[in-house]
Design a protein around this ligand. Structure first.
Ligand code: PLP
Length: 491
């Protein structure tokens, strides 16, 4: 790192001088490079207590300007050690992700351009690159050309927008007249499996359906939506006077990565004229791999699909792509143009503000463009293929270990398992595995999370970081087996 002086080179109200920026810019890049080169030098899961960082920082913002050198020193001292490192190869919790180097560089440039792509005019490159990159992604996933993609912050927003479009497509004029106090609007229903992500329910809350408007459909032995149960629920609701609005099928559920039978669900939605939204936030990316292309079978018949490049496509958080079969349906739900946002380009251009709630938008397409180009189809496919291989390898160790058992199939890159010491069952078995997870996470070398599978506590290992190699998986397995001793002692 270059030597930096504490003295500011510009007036206190001016931005950093170019030379000063270069110096600190290199210093920051050095830190990024170090994190990427030696991620294992930090604990993946920090050893901090809640409130520790707050206590270490002043209660108010500084009155006077501070030298950037001191700000960086405080960053070094306080922030990495209080961070859960999602870019660490030992990160196996929730869905493991990667902020890849080309994606990080894209983030830096998009911050420098500081584009607010609400209108084509306010960000021509951001608007058109979003159209290009989402169209590339659509091609990589094998979705038909009629799907238009656009980028949101998260899958939760993408699903909310898709369901808002579904509600508008019902012809109930909810946009104009709202829902409250209307005797002419029946109860609306959204169907999702018992295993679907909570973002579906949050969308129902936001859209005025209420949680009572969400039907949780039972799953089969492999935790996939049971289509017969779906049909029965739809029939029951219609008979009771409710109106089905949308079915949300999931390709890669959050808990167990189960893949709902989309072709059969699509057939029901077509017959019943119900909007089909597919949540492929995590699993959808695997369709880039030729031998996993079938994962999105049936999605060509969906009305909308969400895939998160920030989950399994190596783009730094945040980046979620919503594909819609008819972009006008989104526009009908959201477009609202005050005078000060009208432009002379008219219908000639796409104005991204028309496709969601937020007016302002970050230039997220830049990092997606960098990542898609830097890795290419073959690089992305090879990485995802390797993650699936690693997860299956880990599953084979679990299967071969006498006191461990696997709790769900491994269609993608997540393994659910528990240790089952002889004679232990029920809540005691759950508590035992909780202790096992805590003990392994306390090492700081690996970080796993948990879920419940049909009520049973399961330790959950997700592979998804580009730097995770077989050696990291082996280490996780060794640490788990060592942690057994700790858990046994406390038994
Ligand atoms: N859908 C699925 C299947 C998920 O696993 C998740 C998060 O893990 C989400 C949606 C929500 O994603 P986001 O954090 O982008 O809102």
């Amino acid at each position: 790192m270059s030597q930096v002086s504490g003295a500011r080179e510009t007036a206190m109200y001016a931005d950093m001088a170019p030379e000063e920026f270069r110096r600190f810019g290199y210093a920051v890049i050095d830190r990024v490079a170090e994190l990427l080169a030696h991620p294992e030098r930090v604990r993946v899961f920090p050893d901090v207590r809640p409130g520790e960082l707050i206590a270490a920082l002043p209660a108010g913002a500084p009155d006077e300007p501070e030298p950037f050198e001191r700000i960086l020193e405080d960053y070094d001292r306080l922030i990495p050690r209080a961070t859960t490192h999602w870019n660490h190869p030992g990160f196996f919790a929730w869905f493991a992700v990667t902020g890849s180097a080309p994606g990080i560089l894209g983030e830096i440039l998009s911050a420098a351009l500081n584009v607010n792509a609400m209108l084509w005019r306010s960000g021509p490159a951001a608007t058109e690159l979003e159209q290009v990159t989402t169209s590339w992604l659509r091609g990589l996933l094998g979705l038909p050309e009629r799907f238009a993609g656009h980028i949101n912050d998260t899958a939760s927003s993408s699903t909310l927008y898709a369901l808002a479009a579904a509600r508008e497509a019902m012809g109930l004029e909810v946009r104009a007249r709202g829902l409250a106090g209307r005797a002419d609007v029946p109860s609306l229903r959204v169907y999702r499996s018992e295993e679907a992500h909570s973002s579906v329910d949050k969308a129902a809350i936001t859209l005025g359906l209420g949680l009572s408007g969400v039907r949780a459909i039972a799953t089969d032995a492999d935790l996939r939506m049971d289509v017969r149960a779906l049909e029965a629920a739809i029939a029951e609701d219609r008979a009771a006077g409710a109106r089905p609005m949308a079915v949300v099928a999931t390709v890669g559920t959050t808990s167990t990565t189960a893949v709902d039978p989309v072709p059969e669900i699509a057939a029901i939605c077509e017959r019943e004229r119900i909007w089909l939204h597919v949540d492929g936030a995590y699993g959808g990316s695997a369709a880039v791999v030729p031998e996993h292309r079938a994962l999105l079978a049936g999605c060509e018949r969906a009305d909308s699909i969400v895939v998160n490049p920030h989950k399994w496509l190596f783009v730094p958080i945040d980046c979620s792509v919503l594909f819609v079969r008819d972009v006008d349906q989104l526009r009908r739900a959201f477009s609202l143009v005050p005078e000060y946002l009208t432009t002379s380009e008219g219908d000639e251009v796409l104005n991204l503000m028309d496709l969601g709630v937020s007016l302002g938008r970050r230039f997220r397409a830049l990092k997606l463009w960098f990542v898609l180009r830097y890795f290419g189809r073959s690089g992305i496919a090879a990485a995802i293929r390797e993650h699936i291989r690693l997860a299956r390898l880990f599953a084979s160790w679990v299967d071969d270990a006498p006191d461990f058992e696997r709790l769900a199939p491994v269609p993608l890159s997540v393994v659910l398992f528990r240790r089952r010491p002889p004679g232990l069952g029920g809540p005691a078995l759950d508590r035992y595995n909780e202790r096992l997870l805590d003990a392994v996470n306390a090492t700081g070398e690996v970080f796993l999370s948990h879920t419940r599978v049909r009520g049973a506590y399961a330790i959950r290992l997700a592979v998804g970081n580009l730097r995770t190699r077989e050696e990291h998986l082996r280490r996780a397995w060794v640490l788990l087996n060592e942690a057994v001793r700790v858990a046994d002692l406390k038994n």
